[in-house]
Design a protein around this ligand. Structure first.
Ligand SMILES: C[S@@+](CC[C@H](N)C(=O)[O-])C[C@H]1O[C@@H](n2cnc3c(N)ncnc32)[C@H](O)[C@@H]1O
Length: 222
């Protein structure tokens, strides 16, 4: 119980942490461009896919998907960034909405052809992450794609700060759950999502060399 309360408090802090970062337009200082991952995902999606984005931040990828013809609901738990996005971006294919990933999703079953999450699914304990993957599977259409990118256990800041649980640390007020290849495969197999590709590597993320794991998985048709 002590562990649960500690985690619960941390998640409240995380909204504060991100609202503060977004108030200072922290992400914008590093990039206001679509990302390489969004371009890779766009190539594999059927035209005019119905998409959900989790943890959209400043919406650089959201507007890109909308301009490519996909209909996208882009979500974040930060009311600050959602308000900024509504002022910055306007497109008929794009809707912004507040959604905390750790809370039950406010979407019907089998609503989306694709769920896209770049640097958004690696903030939660194992228990919560497993629940999130179950929710994701529910709201994906059969044959739909889950495309997500997380920092990996090979990242240079892995292990720094206060340990919360396996592969999860708080550093300077920021909680991260680093994903290994094994953990990613385990999460997907638990909910019977089929792996289409899993790539590990390094690239600049917000101007810092970082180790990532990029995954595309598919909900079986049957
Ligand atoms: C590292 S940024 C990534 C933003 C964007 N996807 C990108 O790739 O630039 C993480 C984003 O996830 C959001 N976030 C963190 N925890 C969240 C949660 N529990 N529910 C929804 N969004 C969350 C933050 O507000 C932030 O915008």
């Amino acid at each position: 119980m002590e562990q649960y309360n500690r985690y619960d408090n941390q998640m409240k802090d995380q909204r504060e942490y991100w609202n503060n970062a977004h108030s200072q337009q922290w992400l914008h200082k590093h990039s206001s461009e679509k990302t390489a991952f969004a371009e890779e995902v766009n190539k594999l999606l059927p035209p005019r896919s119905t998409m959900l984005e989790l943890g959209c931040g400043e919406g650089n990828d959201s507007i890109y998907f909308a301009e490519q013809g996909h209909r996208i609901t882009a979500t974040d738990f930060s009311d600050v960034v959602i308000e900024q996005n509504n002022e910055r971006w306007s497109h008929q294919n794009l809707t912004f909405k507040i959604q905390d990933i750790s809370q039950p999703f406010d979407f019907g079953d089998a609503s989306f052809d694709a769920i896209y999450a770049r640097l958004a699914l690696y903030y939660f304990t194992d228990k919560t992450t497993q629940t999130i993957f179950k929710e994701i599977k529910k709201i994906l259409k059969p044959g739909g794609h889950l495309c997500f990118m997380c920092k990996s256990t090979d990242d240079h800041i892995y292990g720094q700060g206060q340990k919360i649980e396996n592969d999860m640390y708080e550093l300077h007020g920021h909680v991260r759950h680093f994903f290994s290849k094994e953990y990613t495969l385990h999460l997907l197999s638990q909910v019977a999502l089929e792996v289409e590709s899993l790539v590990t590597g390094e690239e600049l993320i917000y101007d810092r060399q970082s180790a990532f794991i990029k995954t595309v998985a598919r909900k079986p048709i049957q």
